[in-house]
Every structure is written in structure tokens, then in C-alpha cells.
Ligand binder design. Structure first.
Ligand SMILES: [Zn+2]
Ligand SMILES: [Zn+2]
Length: 175
């Protein structure tokens, strides 16, 4: 059964800009009624069904390697950006979003039901959006990067600076 509403409410890119009677638009500069905003960037899930736009400047990026974030991402740590909810707008695909709430914890996972990509979700008080950094399509400006729950980082993901690095696949050896 398909839900008409996303699990939480947000504006869309096409509403909220104009009052119904367009009274505020009746000036010579037309669209200048909107406040000047900081640059915005977009993000999409892998299949493209879910997309959003967000202010490009973030205060914090958390790399979290707690047990739950590792299971949720299937990787060594989650990479989550935090932004005020007013700086975020869905563009498409909210009906495709599924959210799993970890019982009794303030941790959840939102993902695209088509491709499984992690997508943004709202904080429990609704004031912030948490954006998985990997789904942004353009560079974000991040003021501060922080690693948390380092005590739960598995051994296989420690000392990454000492792991051999290749620009793409490693060259075949012995030929
Ligand atoms: Zn998708
Ligand atoms: Zn975590």
C-alpha cells in the first residue's frame, strides 16, 4: 500500500515562494522579493528517485563509528552533515522514502525504497536535517569535522592513513 504523505512534512521547491494573490510580486524587480540566500547544492539517491536541495554551508560533519551507524551503513562509519531544517527542501521522491527507527534510541535510517541509498532525515525535534554526506552531488563547505564513537571503530578500519591508496583500481601486479 502506498502512502500519500512522506513520513514527515516539508515544503517543496515549488511552494511557499509566492503568496496566493502574488501581492508581494507586484514590484518592478519581480522575483527579488525572496531573501538573498546562501548558495544551494543538490543531492540524489543512486536511482535518482529522491532528490533535495540544501544550503551548501554546514557547521559540522560527524563521522560516527558506533555499532548502529556501522550496521546502518554497512561501512566503517557514517558521514552525517547537520543543517537547520529551514535550509533544506525536498525536490522529488518523498513517497519513496522509508524510515527505520532504532528502538529506544535517537538513531534512525531513512533510505530510498527503490535503490537503498541513505537519504536525509529530520532530527527528533524537527529543527535539523541530517544529511548523509555521500549523496551530495556538489561540494559542501564544512566548518568542522568530528569523529565520534571512536571507541567502537573496528580494528579493520583503524589507521586508514597507512592503508595503500590507489586513484582507481590497483594496477595488476606481476605482468
Ligand atoms: Zn533511489
Ligand atoms: Zn552512530
Amino acid at each position: 500500500m502506498k502512502e500519500d504523505k512522506p513520513p514527515y512534512q516539508f515544503g517543496t521547491a515549488t511552494n511557499g515562494l509566492h503568496s496566493p494573490n502574488h501581492a508581494a510580486c507586484d514590484n518592478k524587480k519581480g522575483r527579488q522579493m525572496t531573501k538573498p540566500e546562501q548558495p544551494r547544492i543538490t543531492g540524489t539517491c543512486l536511482c535518482g528517485a529522491v532528490s533535495f536541495e540544501v544550503a551548501s554551508a554546514f557547521d559540522k560533519l560527524f563521522f560516527c563509528s558506533c555499532d548502529q551507524c556501522r550496521q546502518i551503513t554497512g561501512s566503517a562509519f557514517a558521514s552525517n552533515l547537520f543543517v537547520g531544517a529551514e535550509g533544506f527542501v525536498w525536490l522529488t521522491g518523498t513517497a519513496e522514502i522509508v524510515r527505520y527507527q532504532v528502538p529506544a534510541r535517537d538513531i534512525s535510517k531513512s533510505f530510498c525504497r527503490v535503490c537503498g541509498s541513505g537519504v536525509p532525515w529530520a532530527s527528533s525535534d524537527g529543527t535539523k536535517m541530517i544529511v548523509p554526506a555521500g549523496i551530495l552531488k556538489e561540494p559542501a563547505q564544512v566548518a568542522e569535522r568530528i569523529r565520534i564513537f571512536a571507541s567502537e571503530l573496528p580494528k579493520w578500519a583503524s589507521d586508514l592513513e597507512h592503508v595503500p591508496m590507489h586513484a582507481k583500481f590497483p594496477r595488476p601486479t606481476g605482468s
